[in-house]
Ligand binder design. Structure first.
Ligand SMILES: Cc1cc2nc3c(=O)[nH]c(=O)nc-3n(C[C@H](O)[C@H](O)[C@H](O)COP(=O)(O)OP(=O)(O)OC[C@H]3O[C@@H](n4cnc5c(N)ncnc54)[C@H](O)[C@@H]3O)c2cc1C
Length: 404
């Protein structure tokens, strides 16, 4: 079979790869998107256990890519407030959407809805060729392009290959880009539960000695539980019967929403911090979980990946305008400089927060309570936190800036 030329081949059609393909097509690049599995159909009767807190910057990006309205038409749940507190402490941190000048602090979105909305935008004439289901089985960089072979037998010559192929990224491994791994020894136990009192369109987070517990508002009135627990504790939570599990969540949440009354089936995701040592190699760039995974306590993993996608498409558009080679080391180094430091700082901060709230060593409990009280009382500091969470802090890619 002959080799087909293309500007950019994106391997991985998860939320990050699909968003990148749309962003690149918008810049008139010839793009092919490859994924090993077709997106699952969205079923209105079934609420996906995997949900994300999508930041306002990510929503702005998805709007500009023509995907947000499609996702919102399926199902999203806006949250206007956030309440963060520690078991046994009086002080509480509260953030309101007004603090960042937006109607909401973010949206809780099911993974299936996000993927389906993005793929619907791809279907609506975005000009992206899709090869799905198919997996990349070989990728050989050359002086002017990379030769890529898929398991459907097709062959491609791409000026740049982007690995958006998830945390286990086969392309990152094959390119030997190096990976720093910090296992947390934790798993996130997730379930959707019904509570006695309404969630008030608020994202609730309680730091318990066992680990951070998030209660995220769903549009059907339930809340999505994400509880990061040491492995052994996660195993025992999964083994509880439903009655004992809802009691455990009532307890761990301090009955903030009253009694937890019913639960969906549960699942658990292993947690570890992974940071690729380089985001680029010869004619290859990494985005999303292929480049980094972070602790979910701040709900930022996907948001960071979407910002990678926006930043990379901006760097490539500027390179094309300057008639540079898309796969040139100097071009890819600009992308790596932009994103790697920012993501690493965020990843370490989330890991540190998790450790800080699990420890009762010496003066730590006092210090963190004082810190929480300070952030709550000092307006500009609190606004800075909220801006970071919304994605509008630091160097924000043009595609993800506030919508006017
Ligand atoms: C419990 C938990 C809660 C979380 N909550 C949040 C949150 O609230 N907010 C947030 O922003 N983030 C959150 N995250 C993080 C978020 O889930 C991930 O960062 C995000 O899903 C990564 O998306 P991705 O597109 O990079 O990778 P993936 O979604 O893993 O997609 C990778 C794709 O690549 C494909 N693929 C793999 N290999 C190949 C190959 N060889 N060829 C072709 N295709 C291939 C796969 O089929 C897959 O479709 C959470 C994570 C966990 C574990």
């Amino acid at each position: 079979m002959s080799e087909r030329p293309v500007d950019v081949l994106v391997a991985g059609g998860g939320a990050v790869g699909a968003a990148l393909a749309l962003a690149l097509a918008r810049e008139r690049f010839d793009v092919v998107l490859v994924d090993g599995r077709a997106p699952a159909a969205f079923d209105i009767a079934d609420v996906d256990l995997r949900v994300f807190a999508v930041s306002p910057a990510s929503a702005a990006l998805l709007t500009r890519l023509g995907a947000w309205d499609r996702v919102a038409a399926l199902r999203v749940s806006p949250y206007r407030r956030m309440r963060v507190w520690e078991q046994g402490a009086a002080d509480e941190l509260s953030f309101d959407a007004a603090l960042v000048g937006a109607p909401q602090l973010g949206h809780i979105v099911e993974e299936r809805a996000l993927r389906a909305g993005l793929w619907a935008a791809l279907d609506a004439g975005a000009g992206v060729r899709r090869v799905c289901p198919a997996r990349v089985v070989r990728c050989e960089p050359g002086s002017s392009d990379s030769r890529v072979e898929l398991d459907d037998g097709s062959r491609w010559r791409a000026r740049l290959v982007v690995a958006a192929d998830g945390a286990q990224s086969p392309l990152r491994e094959a390119a030997r880009l190096g990976l720093d791994i910090m296992p947390y020894g934790e798993r996130a136990v997730v379930a959707h539960v019904r509570t006695e009192r309404p969630h008030e369109a608020t994202a609730w987070q309680r730091f318990t000695p066992a680990g951070p517990l998030a209660l995220l508002p769903l549009v059907d009135g339930r809340v999505s539980v994400v509880w990061s627990l040491r492995d052994a504790r996660a195993t025992s939570m999964l083994a509880l019967d439903d009655a004992a599990f809802v009691d455990a969540i009532t307890d761990a949440s301090g009955a903030r929403l009253g009694r937890v009354q019913a639960t969906s089936p549960r699942a658990a995701f292993p947690l570890r911090m992974q940071l690729a040592r380089h985001y680029a190699a010869s004619r290859l760039a990494l985005v999303g979980d292929a480049a980094h995974t972070v602790h979910p306590l701040a709900g930022q993993g996907l948001n960071l990946g979407l910002l990678d996608a926006a930043a990379l498409s901006e760097v490539l558009a500027a390179a094309a305008a300057a008639r540079e080679d898309l796969g040139a080391p100097a071009v890819l180094a600009r992308y790596e400089r932009w994103r790697r430091g920012e993501v690493a700082r965020a990843a370490h901060a989330f890991g540190l927060l998790d450790g800080l709230f699990r420890s009762d060593f010496g003066p730590l409990p006092l210090l963190r309570r004082a810190g929480m009280g300070l952030v709550q009382r000092i307006g500009p500091l609190k606004r800075e936190f909220a801006l970071h969470a919304s994605g509008f802090a630091g160097r924000v890619p043009v595609l993800a800036r506030r919508l006017s």
